[in-house]
Design a protein. Structure first.
Length: 399
């Protein structure tokens, strides 16, 4: 029978995950139960994705603001800390900043403008243009207020300059706010710098080191080791990157055991069904909101862990290019069969092939993670597990 369906992404309901739960077993069992309840077979190369949030919760991978402060103090001592390029977020950065301020006597907070790294705007680019402010400008808080006034985030209604100042002051930490896009501008205030950017962090660190900064580190250098006697409360690879606010004194870190989890999900499903699926842990999807201009990816990566079959990039032909170009003279069944044959005989690497132009040259895990994130949402759907079928099927596959 001809296959009339392509990729299907389904949210799978799961119990509320608590610390100590066997997350791999919960995920595998939930998918198997959903398969039986709805008569949907599990098939080879199905993808089972689970959100990083519940993996870290099962691990109990939380860290306190005090632990953040302890690590920051160990790194910076009593120096004034330049905290540069954080994202504007109560969920992602506020508790981290609270810990930094708890450790410091003074911070110089340098924000990029008109927006942060992921597109949260302090002001609009249009307003900057209208007021003749260059992106190369270095503005004190006083000068910024003189030009732009008190600005609030379009979606949250928060004035982030005031919000971060109040956080610092609540920790009895002196704070000075500067706005600039050149990381080296902070060195006029201090040469001890904590880079809070996510995707540009390595480049920022290198620029500052080359410019003669005395000490440079990033959020990925904080909470990279567990406290004595603890098995959780750290992430050796990402530190505070990928963390989320848990409550007023704790953040949940990016998961530490993702690789073991995806392999165990794969093993359990193979053991119970005989079918080999692929599995992945996903966080933020990599997409941009065209209205708010926010790039969703506040995590360091879309997927911190995945099985081997999800490595690489798609190797696809553009059907539109074939239909409008090489096979423009065909129609109906003749066109259909010609394109199917083209797909069946395509090469293993289509980079540079005009027939692949317009396809998306992204990592498979970035594409699947974005699909999973959009399917699960971040609210109350209750589906932290996403079951994706047919992703590796193409137009030439019969079933």
């Amino acid at each position: 029978m001809e296959n009339l369906l392509g990729t299907i992404s389904m949210g799978v309901r799961a119990p509320i995950i608590r610390e100590g739960d066997n997350i791999a077993e919960v995920v595998a069992t939930s998918v198997i139960n959903a398969s039986k309840a709805h008569g949907i077979p599990i098939q080879t190369k199905d993808v089972i994705a689970v959100t990083e949030s519940v993996v870290a919760r099962a691990e109990g991978n939380y860290v306190t603001v005090d632990k953040i402060a302890e690590d920051v103090k160990a790194l910076f001592g009593n120096e004034t800390i330049g905290v540069i390029f954080p994202i504007l977020s109560r969920n992602r950065f506020a508790m981290c900043f609270k810990g930094i301020c708890r450790a410091a006597k003074k911070v110089v907070l340098m924000l990029s403008f008109p927006a942060d790294e992921v597109g949260n705007h302090l002001v609009s680019a249009q307003e900057m243009l209208q007021k003749g402010v260059s992106r190369d400008a270095i503005l004190t808080e006083e000068k910024y207020r003189e030009i732009f006034g008190y600005t609030k985030h379009e979606f949250t209604g928060v004035d982030y300059i005031e919000y971060y100042k109040e956080l610092a002051q609540s920790e009895n930490c002196e704070i000075e706010v500067v706005l600039a896009n050149d990381c080296r501008a902070v060195m006029a205030y201090t040469k001890h710098i904590l880079c809070a950017d996510i995707h540009t962090r390595e480049m920022t660190k290198q620029i500052l080191k080359d410019a003669g900064a005395s000490y440079v580190c990033g959020l990925d250098d904080i909470c990279v080791k567990p406290a004595e006697g603890m098995h959780t409360g750290y992430n050796a690879k990402y530190g505070l990157l990928g963390s989320n606010k848990a409550d007023e004194e704790r953040v949940k870190l990016f998961p530490q055991s993702g690789e073991a989890v995806v392999l165990e999900i794969q093993r359990i499903i193979k053991e119970q069904t005989g079918i080999e699926v692929e599995a992945m842990v996903y966080g933020d999807g990599a997409f941009k909101d065209p209205v708010g201009k926010i790039w969703e990816l506040a995590d360091p990566v879309v997927s911190p862990a995945y099985t081997e079959g999800l490595c690489g990039r798609p190797n696809e032909l553009k059907l539109k290019a074939l239909a409008d170009g090489k096979y423009a003279m065909l129609s109906g069944d003749a066109l259909k069969e010609a394109i199917k044959e083209e797909i069946k005989t395509k090469g293993d690497n289509l980079v540079g092939n005009m027939a692949s132009q317009g396809t998306t040259p992204r990592q498979i895990t970035d594409l699947l993670g974005s699909l999973a994130d959009l399917t699960s949402g971040s609210g109350d759907k209750g589906t932290p597990i996403i079951w994706i079928k047919g992703y590796f099927k193409n137009y030439a596959d019969e079933a």
